[in-house]
Write a protein that binds this ligand. Structure first.
Ligand code: AMP
Length: 284
């Protein structure tokens, strides 16, 4: 069944209060829409663990540092609701801008430290926008569980930190990254790639795999990093924003996989910003 769309805070509060009064657990899956299998995998995980599932769709202006990116972001609300039909999602919460940021809105949730690197340093203000809107969605829905993708690993850690620090009683669950058959991370932004760029895009993941293979063979990271960046530029990427090895827990920079790590990359192809991250096992 195509889930109902709810657009106001008061409506969502009333519905969730009824569910909770009946002793049901409530999950939230926050998204910006243009749903694909990556989002739907979160809905499936939520469905398996909770009695009720809310998918939120809100293209949050506060997390776009680039107005053009915000303008071009795909908007496909009707198709999104239809895609949710087979997943037994209870409702879709689509607040409008005025619901989320009424006149006079003046507060920002700022998570320090882990937001200083990677996407945080390349997209000024991005994570302030994310943590502010996610805190609002957590509080508005009063959900017990929230499902986020490891595709946005830094975001997952920021949200976990924010919920813990602000004592929001919600469990944040991370779910694995879903990829296309050629290895490209599924992303709403892939819709913006031309046919040619779409063919080039999987090189990002491939180059990262090559770095991880090299690390397992004991090769120095800096050399592998340089080679991967140069290969990506030759393949047609305009700018590699970062390709870094960091600790999984606190995102501190590593130059060898001395502890459990992750390789993070962001690069632009035809102006479209693609990101990926992969687990790097610790090497004794
Ligand atoms: P977005 O709509 O891009 O803001 O993403 C909403 C949620 O879906 C976030 O928790 C993302 O990490 C997650 N997500 C997006 N793409 C994928 C993917 N390919 N695999 C797993 N989760 C994803």
């Amino acid at each position: 069944m195509i889930p109902d769309i709810v657009r106001t805070r008061s409506a969502i509060r009333t519905i969730v209060a009824k569910w909770k009064a009946a002793g049901e657990t409530v999950a939230i899956v926050p998204t910006m829409g243009a749903l694909h299998q990556g989002h739907l995998s979160l809905v499936k995980a939520a469905r398996e663990q909770c009695d009720r599932v809310i998918v939120t769709i809100f293209i949050n202006p506060k997390q776009f540092n680039n107005p053009e990116d915000l303008e071009n972001y795909p908007r496909t609300e009707k198709a999104d609701a239809q895609k949710l039909a087979p997943y037994n999602c209870d409702l879709v919460y689509v607040p409008d801008g005025a619901q989320m940021y009424p006149e006079g809105f003046a507060s920002t949730v700022l998570v320090e430290g882990i937001t200083d690197c990677l996407c945080g340093s390349h997209r000024p203000g991005h994570f302030d926008g994310v943590s502010t809107v996610v805190a609002k969605l957590f509080l508005q829905t009063q959900a017990d569980f929230a499902f986020f993708g490891e595709k946005d690993f830094q975001q997952l850690q920021v949200v976990r930190t924010m919920a813990r620090d602000l004592d929001i009683p919600i469990s944040v669950i991370g779910c694995p990254t879903i990829r296309e058959s050629d290895g490209l991370v599924m992303s709403s932004r892939n819709l913006l790639l031309s046919e040619t760029a779409r063919k080039i895009a999987p090189a990002l993941g491939r180059e990262m795999q090559a770095v991880i293979k090299g690390l397992a063979q004991g090769k120095p990271f800096q050399k592998l990093q340089k080679m991967a960046i140069s290969n990506l530029e030759v393949a047609g990427f305009n700018a590699v924003e970062y390709l870094e090895l960091r600790a999984s827990n606190d995102l501190s920079l590593l130059d060898t996989p001395s502890q459990e790590g992750r390789l993070f990359a962001a690069a632009r192809l035809e102006g479209v910003r693609l990101i990926d991250n992969l687990a790097v096992p610790a090497r004794p």
